[in-house]
Design a protein around this ligand. Sequence first.
Ligand SMILES: [Zn+2]
Ligand SMILES: [Zn+2]
Length: 441
Amino acid sequence: MAAGPTPVDPFILRQLSAETEVRARLLHAEASTADGAPTELMTMVEQAVDGLRDELVAASHDLAANPEVAFEEHRSSAALADLVEAHGIGVTRGAHGLPTALRAEVGSTEAGMATIAILSEYDALPDIGHGCGHNIIASAGLGAFLALASLGDQLGGRVVWLGTPAEEGGSGKELMALDGAFADVGAAIMVHPFTYDLADSVFLGRRQLRATFTGIPSHASAQPFMGRNALDAVNLTYTGVGLHRQQMPPTDRVHCVVTDGGQRPNVIPERAELLFYVRSEYPQSLKILSQRIADIAEGAALMTGCAVELHWDESPPYLPLRTNGPLAKLWNSRYGGRGRDMLPAGVVSGTFAGSTDFGNVSYRLPGLHAMVKITDPEKSLHTREFAAAAVTETADQVVLDSAFALAAVALDYLSDAELRRSVAADFDQAGGVLDVPSYFR
Ligand SMILES: [Zn+2]
Ligand SMILES: [Zn+2]
């Protein structure tokens, strides 16, 4: 037995102070000296996006009408790949080891030119179709890529377009990253539909835990004293996690379901199991929370005389989202330039937070995951109402505006070495590259 209480990790306290300092510094930040891309090129990109309007809107509606869930996006990825080929650009189907992933590239990296990646998601949700609006992500990302491709030799760098399956469970981007999808890429950008326009939003890291308890079965009436009850261990774990909630920072989340609670009332359950999602705003706080949940499950096992096996992350964990400051600022200027009402970070409540596998990308290289407003704040992602909102005229205009702004940010990045330096410096200041596969081991 430990001699004293388990030590409390002061990480959250330090992190909250550090964030306050960053916000205070931003209030007095000097204007950037970066110029971005030349105006003539920007005008060409704008015209190219306008010329793609019919194709992009058709692609968005086509995906919405034919939703496919994670790893099964065969029709969707084929439709997008066909569109790339129709513009005379080669595309790799089944890229990076995933049958429904795509990759296409334009431009070059001669003479030290830079590379940026633009990402398209296209998986849907069971039963409710494109309730996360990934049809918009797919079409906007592809539109940006095709518009940039039309610049030919004037692009001044390389653009990689990645079709990334299985965001809604499965962590497609992590699997692609492990296969080298982001090797030699300087930054990665994408959009996601939402109920507000903001470049910098909160997404929580997410791990899965399967806690399997093993007891000793016995006749529940005749010889209960000969048993060890695995369901009791589940009950105490659930209760212990519930009590722990008071000590959690408000940005931590734990939710679980009982996936096995025994077979019959007249047999003391030999086996019982809980499946958890454990979420937090930072990799380090997610690690701390994971340890607390593990301790609670082990304590419950000890109390009931059961054994417990903890199986973490049967599919890769999702890291929290880290937004690159200069890329977010640029997005606000380019997307805001289309008449959008951009909200600074911290204005929209961080409580509306889910998770995204783009988080894993954002801890490998500078990332932008901009949220784009397609409907009013009362609506919620992952509903049939949101799926309907993803194919309106408002949503179609968002596809166009997002395609332009993604292309504009990419072009700024490729054109402006000073901007690239500030993007890289911001990434380093935020902690630099995190070794994602080994982080939770
Ligand atoms: Zn979603
Ligand atoms: Zn989504």
